[in-house]
Structure formats: C-alpha cells, structure tokens
Design a protein around this ligand. Structure first.
Ligand code: SF4
Length: 423
C-alpha cells in the first residue's frame, strides 16, 4: 500500500479523441493503492504495451479501484466519453447441436430428438425478423447449434433473404465453430465457406465459440470443439477476406489466470497481424442447466461483480490494439454494465431482442432492453451514447427527441416482449 502523502506521478495526456469536451486526461496515480501496480500504471500512462508478467500482477491484485483507474484511463485515451450500443435483434435458427454432450458448460443446445429442440424454416426466420420493420433494429445477430443436416445453402439463403427484406440491417452471423462445421460437412475450405457467406450479404462475425483457448480447459469443458488455434485460423481467414469480427473469452469456470493470459495473448497476436477484431467481450459463465455447473457444485451461483469488473479492466489494458471492449449486459446485469463504463468499457452491447443462449443458462436479466432504456443507462453513467452499426460506424448521437426513462428503468415495453416460437 502507498502511505498517505507518498509522492505520486501523474500522467497527463492530451486527448483529441474525447467526445464532447476536449480534456487533458490524467492517470490518477493516487488512486492506485497496490504498489505492484505502480510500474504497470507508469507503462499504461506512457502508452506502452503490457506483457504476460504484468497481466499476472493485474489478475493477482485486489486493488480493484487501482485496476479500474488504469483501464478507465486507457479507454478514455482511445474512446473519450463515447459509449456505443446497437439496436439489434438476436436470431437463433436452431438449437440442435452435435456437440451437445461434450460442451459441458452449454445450456442452449439440444440433441436432434431431445425435448425442447427446434429448427426454424427460413419462413419462420423471416417472420421473426419482421419485427425489425418499423423498429430501430440495425443488426441481426445470428448464432445457433451445429446442426448435422443444415447445409451452407440454408445460411446463405437466409442471409440473402434477410438482406432483401431489411437492406439497412447488418448481418453479424455464425461463430467460428459454426463456420468450421459448415466447411466440414460441405467438404470445402473455411475460406470458401466464408466467401459464400460474404457474397450472400454477411457483414461480420460474432466472437463466440472461443471460450478459453487452453487445451486442458477445452478437454474438460468443450472436448470436441474447434481448438483454440483453429478458432484463431477461422478469424484470420475472415479478416483476410475483409470480414471483421469480434472476440470473446468465457471466464469464471475452471480456467486459471495463466489460461486467461494465454487466451488474451493469442487474441492480441492475431489483432497485431490482421487488425480485424472490432471488439473484445469477456463473457461470464452461467451455471444453470448445464453439466459443468453440476460437476462444480456451482448451480445457483454466478460470477461476482468483482470478477466481472476485473475481466473488463484487464481486457482493456492488455488488448491495447483492439478498439473496443464490450460489456454483455444480459450476463452481468445492466447495473454491472453501467459500472463497467468506468472500468475500461465503451460498449454496452445492444437491445438484444431476444437473448436466449444465456437465459437458458440462468441469466436473470430481461431478454431484451428498450432502445430508450439503453440510452438512459449510458447517459445516467455520465457518458455520451452513440448508436452504432455492426462496423462501429456512428448512426446517431443526438437523442434529445427521445422520452428517456429515469431511475434505471431498462425494461422492454410490452410491445417488445418475445414472440412465441414453436419447437
Ligand atoms: S457451446 Fe455451441 S458448439 Fe457447444 S454445444 Fe453449445 S451450441 Fe453446440
């Protein structure tokens, strides 16, 4: 600990990237109590890259405010007070997945004949997507299981059909795991699969399926899934084709700090090579309705706010070349996401009408958030809301015409509640 009155170094930085009012950023070293963080704070202040040894110290510290102070500084230097969100709709075409019995952390997937399984026809997908008409939706987020029989043409037809019906809506679709699966059943390369998807209208890839890249961790939680290196390779191919993507890390299960650091290092290395990642999203493991939660005796528990903020902050500090860090509010609650905006985060995800994957795993949040609620959540944290599309192009920054809720009422209106889907 630093004794009161200990001289501190301050790192002023002239920021030309802050949102509304240009300011001189200062890394408030007096807020950093853990002496082990001080040399790291000096490097952060000077804009120098952190290494694995630094990351080990960041994961070991209990000085959450010190950690957050550094991450907030790093974020403000890059993004000012801007906080991004999207008006997006989640579409999950099928929950049937051939890895259902080996991804032990997954609560979403079903076997082909298991209770609760579903696979949508294209007409059903278009019917669901029709909610976007007359709504602010500008992104479809499309992910699902690895269906043994759905071919690549199902997805390219779907994307083409959605683009015809909603030409102004971006399509962020299919994780690296789904793309590798389609390539395998089509007996074509990952590159050819991506080319076909791009040609049909795909805008970008989501970051799911990464979990934690460690071979030992994957052997326990996702034994037959794509390896970490294979996940990286799919994204490398996508970036080479001009398809940007997101990246994630699932934390809070059996992984160690070293596993997390290895994972973040692999993401950073690819970003240095391609520059194709738009945002990093730490994802909190949920314990309900999955084998891993039962094995660990963790059913009924969740990651703590402390862990959630730590992973946001370390992501921002270590992944210095990835422009954005996103908090996934359906997983950590809108209220923790609001706090994350002071811990290095500049994106609160979106309206996510209607998130299902984490709600199957026990997420207790609403399944979507009203557009106005999201704007209010950002604004009430003292930040400048920016509506973006999938590529982080700015769509709207003036919300003065909106009737914004007060007191943190982020619930969707009744008119936005889920439509019923047949299984
Ligand atoms: S995590 Fe993905 S690949 Fe694994 S079972 Fe669930 S849906 Fe399938």
């Amino acid at each position: 600990m630093t004794a009161p009155g200990t001289p501190t170094t301050r790192h002023p930085v002239n920021s030309d990237m802050s949102s509304s009012t240009p300011e001189t950023l200062v890394l408030a070293m007096e807020r950093i109590r853990d002496p082990a963080l001080r040399p790291i704070a000096d490097r952060v202040g000077e804009g120098r890259r952190l290494d694995a040894a630094d990351a080990r110290i960041l994961y070991a510290t209990n000085d959450l405010i010190g950690l957050g102070t550094m991450a907030d500084f790093a974020n403000r230097r890059r993004n000012g007070d801007r906080v991004y969100f999207s008006a997006n709709q989640h579409i999950n075409p099928t929950n049937v997945c051939i890895l259902r019995n080996t991804c032990t952390f997954c609560s979403f997937a079903r076997m082909p004949k298991e209770d609760g399984h579903y696979t949508r026809s294209l007409e059903e997908v278009y019917h669901e997507a029709a909610q976007a008409v007359g709504s602010p939706t500008r992104e479809f987020h499309i992910v699902g299981g690895l269906h043994p029989k759905l071919r690549l043409s199902y997805y390219t037809d779907m994307i083409r059909g959605l683009k015809q019906r909603h030409p102004n809506v971006h399509i962020k679709a299919l994780t690296a795991v789904e793309i590798a699966h389609l390539a395998r059943i089509e007996k074509v390369s990952v590159r050819e699969t991506l080319e076909a998807l791009k040609e049909s209208g795909l805008t970008s890839l989501p970051g799911g399926g990464a979990e934690v890249f460690s071979t030992a961790v994957r052997a326990t939680i996702a034994e037959r899934k794509l390896t970490g290196q294979e996940w990286i390779n799919v994204h490398r191919e996508a970036h080479a084709l001009g398809i940007p993507s997101n990246c994630t890390m699932l934390y809070g299960h059996i992984e160690t700090a070293d596993d997390r650091i290895e994972h973040l290092t692999m993401l950073r290395d690819l970003q240095d090579e391609t520059g194709g990642f738009l945002t990093y999203i730490p994802l909190a493991y949920h314990t309900e309705n999955n084998e891993l939660g039962e094995q660990l005796g963790r059913v009924g528990t969740a990651t703590t706010g402390y862990e959630d903020m730590k992973n946001i902050a370390i992501g921002r500090l270590f992944l210095d070349s990835i422009p954005h860090v996103k908090t996934h509010w359906p997983m950590v609650t809108p209220f923790m996401s609001q706090i994350a905006l002071s811990f290095g985060c500049d994106d609160v995800e979106g309206t996510v009408i209607y998130e299902r994957v984490y709600h199957e795993a026990g997420a207790v949040t609403e399944m979507g958030m009203a557009y106005e609620g999201l704007v209010a959540l950002i604004r009430d944290a003292g930040k400048a809301p920016i509506e973006r599309n999938s590529l982080y192009q700015e769509l709207r920054s003036d919300f003065s015409a909106l009737d914004l809720p007060h007191g943190g009422d982020t619930r969707p209106s009744r008119a936005m509640m889920p439509v019923v889907h047949a299984a």
